[in-house]
Ligand binder design. Structure first.
Ligand SMILES: [Zn+2]
Ligand SMILES: [Zn+2]
Length: 92
């Protein structure tokens, strides 16, 4: 059961919280490329009333195919959920 093993690894990775240390400046890199700045304001949204976005870590090489690169900084990119969905071709 290769797939089960992979999703377990994935869960373990996201639960570990290790990747959170790698988020650079809490910005979406993809938005930045397009001249927008999206900052993860979840913690401060009450006071600053900024647009809430959620940042996720995107694996340039998919974890499913490259589980060994799960914590490889070169393979990580901080993006917001919107950009992440686009990155994966999901349309909501
Ligand atoms: Zn974005
Ligand atoms: Zn991704």
């Amino acid at each position: 059961m290769k797939e089960n093993k992979t999703s377990k690894q994935k869960r373990k990775f996201y639960d570990s919280g290790e990747w959170k240390h790698m988020r650079d400046n809490y910005e979406c890199k993809e938005c930045k490329r397009q001249g927008r700045v999206s900052i993860d304001t979840n913690e401060y949204s009450e006071s600053v009333k900024r647009k809430k976005i959620q940042l996720v870590v995107h694996h340039i090489k998919e974890l499913e195919h490259h589980p060994e690169l799960a914590l490889d900084e070169d393979n990580l990119e901080t993006v917001c959920v919107d950009c992440h969905n686009k990155e994966h071709g999901r349309d909501f």
